[in-house]
Design a protein around this ligand. Structure first.
Ligand SMILES: CC(C)(COP(=O)(O)OP(=O)(O)OC[C@H]1O[C@@H](n2cnc3c(N)ncnc32)[C@H](O)[C@@H]1OP(=O)(O)O)[C@@H](O)C(=O)NCCC(=O)NCCS
Length: 167
């Protein structure tokens, strides 16, 4: 189930990040140790719920029973002439390769268009993240360039491929 993150998710989220620490390490910023604790996740959720209330983000989890097996976030929502959001996601190592994230991104794009009235989604992947690029391509995203030293991932400022989908 894809649904907005809730305060009660802190424990399941901490467990998910602990379980997937090695899996996510090449694709994410280096996190402080507190990030992997229930208390740390409570702080993250409080910030995210604030962004949700302000209309600047839609942070969602992929839940399977009482476990959280992935995240999908529409962030940096800008209105006015842009009507744009940034898309980010990851899935539990054990759930990879079953088409789940492809389906989740399709659902998120539907929500972005029909509920949030957005015009465009953007996403950025490391140049060697072929699995993520496939998820975007299968969902109608087009690559529009490469940005040098774009995000600090795994401790290094790394080049990224930029993608967009006009909704
Ligand atoms: C990227 C990620 C979200 C994909 O989730 P998923 O649920 O496994 O994705 P799907 O099963 O829907 O689709 C994956 C596609 O990538 C392909 N793929 C997987 N690994 C691949 C690889 N090493 N090289 C090329 N293609 C690959 C799959 O074959 C599939 O394409 P297909 O349907 O044409 O066969 C998941 O691997 C993940 O969480 N990775 C770590 C975090 C991450 O990279 N997040 C995104 C940052 S931009």
């Amino acid at each position: 189930m894809l649904r907005p993150v809730q305060e009660l998710d802190a424990r399941a989220l901490a467990e998910a990040f602990q379980r997937n620490r090695t899996h996510l390490a090449p694709w994410e910023p280096i996190r402080p140790e507190t990030f992997y604790t229930v208390h740390g996740q409570r702080e993250v959720i409080t910030r995210q719920r604030g962004e949700l209330a302000a209309g600047t983000a839609l942070p969602m989890v992929l839940a399977r029973g009482s476990s959280i097996v992935g995240l999908l976030t529409l962030s940096s929502i800008v209105r006015g002439a842009f009507q744009n959001a940034h898309l980010g996601y990851w899935i539990d190592q054990a759930q990879q390769g079953s088409g789940v994230m492809t389906a989740a991104v399709a659902a998120a794009a539907d929500i972005a268009k029909a509920v949030l009235n957005l015009h465009r989604l953007e996403a950025a992947t490391l140049v060697h993240n072929t699995a993520s690029q496939r998820v975007l391509e299968k969902n109608g995203f087009e690559s529009y360039g490469t940005a040098r030293g774009y995000l600090r991932i795994a401790g290094q400022w790394q080049d990224h491929r930029l993608f967009q989908r006009i909704l």
